[in-house]
Write a protein that binds this ligand. Sequence first.
Ligand code: AMP
Length: 204
Amino acid sequence: MAGERFPAALIFGVPGAGKGTQGEILARIPGFFHCSSGVIFRSMDQDSEDGQLVRDYSSRGELVPDDVTIRIWRAWLDAQRSIGRYIPRKHLLLLDGIPRTRGQCEILGEHVDVKAIVHLVCNDERAMIERIRRRAMLEDRPDDLSEEVTRRRFDVYRKETAPVLDFYPNEIIGNVESTGLVAEVLMETLQYLVPVLKSRATTK
Ligand code: AMP
């Protein structure tokens, strides 16, 4: 529908900070709809044209071009909506791994209204790389087994993704230390997200 902007919150942070872990837990709480661009990309038919294109970039630790990323994300979201999984009036979209560039922020602005950002902060790059390596084996993510690719992902994060935070007003950004227990990170994350859920419930 033209002009429709979905309410959303971002789970933001460096690769390996635990965005997916938090997103998956939050997805079980009524009112949230978790949407991870990495998961969407990995679920694509690897033989399709888009699937191959995505694979080309992700295997090098580079970002998929903005227009392709948003097109695939939007098609996935529309499909979720059409099968009744995503219901905009009931759900707050939890965007995990998207937007990853300022260009994506600009295009996404036509699709979503970002109400809150949970920034999972971790300054221990070594710990993140170790976490990514363990996850690569557990979740069958071969690209992440290469330390070179992982380092490239960190470089890309610093250059292209970190500036995403400057795109949004400071007041909607909550910093959460991501090295604590999953439960602790969840508790703090919810402190930022529950008020958004509540304000939506009271405006209905
Ligand atoms: P992730 O699982 O979120 O770490 O994503 C895995 C890979 O998918 C990334 O290294 C990128 O190559 C690609 N990717 C995921 N999300 C995006 C995005 N928003 N923009 C561009 N590329 C992305």
